[in-house]
Design a protein around this ligand. Structure first.
Ligand code: GLU
Length: 305
């Protein structure tokens, strides 16, 4: 397996030259566009990796999956989906117009920024610091990595420049979707996006989801089977921005990407995959990471569709 992963990484390295690292969060522009790595963690506890699989990156939108799990655990699906819908979107991840024109009372899904800011606001905690502590603790558990932490440079950079997210959040406060202190909710959101991880960490989150909510390394159930099912379904339909349909056709498994260049994949009943390549395509997905996933999906016949 390691050999196969190495070959796939080498065959796709040239794709890193065809994308661009994100610059709208200034700190992300410092990423090395040549990086490309993959890790696989099976539900039978085998780990494989190749390329730059030990390089840390900020998980960005991948954190929306983690926040959704906690919001569902804390509130149940009825409450969560009364405040955020579960429909795919053809709009960009930070679209304001879809919020105003489609359904003014509910963001389309928890994987776009407006929806994710709502799910973050639904996580229990007496203040923002308690919420982010719970998010970190949960992330450490599902990655089996006690060293998971926030990259404070990226956090500061995003907080200073996140005017569009601020606009989304204040709009949602004005119409009552967000309760409580908007700046506190935004602070949680900016911090969760700035959590740092490697492909290996991400692959383990995928393995837990693939294993229906049970950590493969110790048999502990961390989320109910039904929460795992909801999260995987939303990843499959909404996880890759406005390229989710194409991803489902070409790769055929639940995935969630982030503008830091990571992609989290859960292959039901088989494995989790973490991919990292910070050079992005025009829709914000890792350009080479996507190609790597296409190859591995073909090689291992991963598509569930
Ligand atoms: N922190 C980023 C933002 O809100 C996340 C976007 C992403 O990864 O898609 O703009």
């Amino acid at each position: 397996m390691n050999k196969l992963l190495e070959t796939i990484i080498e065959n796709n390295r040239e794709w890193t030259q065809k994308g661009k690292v994100a610059t709208y969060i200034p700190e992300l522009s410092k990423a090395n566009p040549n990086h490309l790595g993959i890790a696989v963690y099976t539900i039978d506890n085998e780990e494989f990796c190749a390329g730059d699989c030990n390089v840390k990156f900020t998980i960005q939108s991948i954190s929306k999956v983690i926040a959704l799990m906690l919001a569902l655990l804390d509130n149940g699906k009825e409450i969560v989906f009364s405040k955020v819908d579960m429909e795919p979107t053809a709009d960009t991840f930070n679209s304001i117009s879809s919020l105003e024109t489609r359904n003014p009372n509910k963001p389309l899904n928890p994987m776009i920024n407006s929806g994710a800011i709502v799910t973050s606001s639904l996580i229990n905690g007496k203040n923002g610091s308690e919420v982010i502590e719970r998010l970190l603790k949960f992330t450490r558990k599902i990655t089996n990595n006690p060293n998971i932490d926030i990259n404070y440079n990226v956090y500061k950079s995003e907080k200073e420049t996140g005017h569009r997210n601020r606009a989304l959040a204040y709009y949602m406060k004005s119409i009552g979707i967000i309760e409580g202190d908007v700046e506190e909710v935004l602070d949680v959101y900016f911090k969760q996006c700035s959590i740092e991880a490697t492909c290996k960490d991400i692959a383990k989150i995928g393995a837990m989801l693939a294993n229906d909510g049970v950590l493969p390394w110790n048999g502990e159930r961390v989320i109910p089977r039904q929460v795992a099912r909801i999260v995987k379904t939303i990843m499959l339909t909404c996880g890759m921005y406005d390229a989710s349909g194409e991803f489902a056709v070409k790769i055929g498994v639940p995935g969630k990407s982030g503008v830091g260049g990571g992609i989290l994949v859960a292959v039901p009943s088989r494995m989790g995959i973490g991919v990292f390549g910070p050079a992005l395509d025009s829709k914000g997905n890792s350009i080479a990471g996507w190609k790597v996933l296409e190859d591995i999906s073909k090689e291992l016949d991963l598509s569930i569709l």
